[in-house]
Write a protein that binds this ligand. Sequence first.
Ligand SMILES: Nc1nc2c(ncn2[C@@H]2O[C@H](COP(=O)(O)OP(=O)(O)OP(=O)(O)O)[C@@H](O)[C@H]2O)c(=O)[nH]1
Length: 629
Amino acid sequence: MAKNIKTNKKPEQVNKKEMSKQHAKQIKQQLNERVATGIIDGVFVYTETLSIADFASQIGKSVGEILKYFFAQGLMLNQNVVLSEEQMAQLAFEFGFDFRKEETLTKENFFEALDATEEDKPEDLEHRAPIVTIMGHVDHGKTTLLDSIKNTNVVDGEAGGITQAIGAYQVTNKDGKKITFIDTPGHEAFSEMRSRGANVTDIVILIVAADDGVMPQTEEAIDHAKLANVPIIVFINKCDKPGADPERVKTELMKYEIVAEEYGGDIPFVQGSAKQKLGLDQLEETILLIAEMHDYKANPNKLAKGVVLEAHLDKAKGPVASILVKEGTLDIRDMIIAGTTYGNIKHMEDEYNKKVLKAGPSKPVVIYGLNVVPSAGDKFIVMNDEKMARTIAQAQAEKKLAAERNSNQVFSLDSIKKHIDDGELKAINLIVKADTQGSVEALKGSLSKIDITGVKLNIIRASVGTITLSDVTLASTVTDGIVLIYGFNVRPDAAVRKKAEEEGIEIRLHNIIYKVIEELEDAAKGMLDPVFKEIITGSAEIRATFKHSDIGTIGGFHIVDGSIERKSKVRVVRNGIVIYTGELATLKHLKDDIKEAKINSEGGLTIKNFNDIKEGDVVEGYKEEEVKK
Ligand SMILES: Nc1nc2c(ncn2[C@@H]2O[C@H](COP(=O)(O)OP(=O)(O)OP(=O)(O)O)[C@@H](O)[C@H]2O)c(=O)[nH]1
């Protein structure tokens, strides 16, 4: 029998103030405590690297003995050489000690060390809702599935259903069991979170359209799910469509070791239709079954910890963050540190736009009150001691700045030039602007993975907000390679567009990450010295010209060879010499616009930005085709 998931259980009535005080005191103590590297109770405890001389004295051996050990391995070292962690472990074992790495808590490694050191007692753990992410190829139905799940699980009294997109939402089924769905579809966001150490997902639903089968992003999603080492459920979607072939999907997935139970594997498959709301109950049951098997638990009776899913700056409300509580219970008015920012939670809302006072494990909420906008994937923790919160947030900010400075060395304008000069690299320079921090991180993550030999991809700016004049100005300072401004779910205003046009800067607007990547990969391929073959489609003789007060000079033509298309590129040839190369502006037969003029036909044409067409000119139409290498 399924146990009741008790995520809503009220935390024990411990005195919150006392708990906060104890917690702050404990952390303060840990921050001040510096465990020295050395032998404690027969175990070599490692906290930092040591030189050979220091290591020898710590384990009570002579420097000679250590040097002899390395000599036997063909290494001639001296006593000042600083040993690596691995070498110290080897030596410890060699001389008969166990080895243990001690994570010491510092302001800089605060979140990492807390995760490693704080462990709950088994008796304090309680069931929590499973956290689920849906991944799959573009258009296979992620959004539709998320929407259908939202709409079929409308709890009584929540008329109107889930009203806010807060990065995640929780549904309650008819038996009162809860499931949390991460609402930022796509594996980019998923892997970005993971790369930042924020493993929020318990279960991945791999969605595959039954009429389309396994596609490139299905493969990527499989890789991400496998790397995360979380259970996978396959949802074969669009089974309502005429061309649906669920069996084919099952066979195709076997190649990736995703084998259905009926084929001897252990991956649950659910067939259905997100659009027709078919198979959703079975999907839900499967999720709950896996949750039961894995027994997802957390301690709700402590100060909260969790992850930032999305964040943005609201003009009226200030920094707004969607967060997911992973452990403990978050109370309104708690002070939290989230990445490099901190603040008192002034207001807290759920996905129904309803004010909430508490949020326990697996619960997503929106919070107001942080002093700066955090980043997606930032961890947060309650720290009800303002001074400590400020110091730690500051240390985190400094650490982040230092990391950015390091990575800027790669991306600075100077070094782009240097790279290009050095290796004759061609460069694509990018300014990326997006609607949320989550999108920015996801784009940065995906872009950094584009790898095309010979082309350097430089992200010179990536931030939240619309495209501004300052972005265009920055873009115009780039003198090498190409520069593109990418807007993701944002639109520049007319003034910005005009300035970009004047500066010859291209602005590209998208709302699907995959498309950005695809486009860039194509652009990058185009830059790899493409070989173009020119195909002449036909030629026209100009037999008369007409002046038109609005349009300029119209050439009356007769097609003498092949055909000329409205979209053709054209060359104007006069006395055997090319005098202009450009594009057609109009192509007409009598008064009608036409797409193509075929051999022996007649009509009138004008050429973009060229008004000097003369009787006797030959207009040659051509197109370019890339020759694949
Ligand atoms: N017939 C049918 N169409 C579906 C089904 N699920 C989704 N669709 C349609 O497929 C198209 C793509 O669905 P989305 O939910 O936008 O797909 P997605 O995977 O979220 O796509 P991106 O957000 O672009 O990655 C839409 O036109 C949906 O209406 C289904 O079960 N049956």
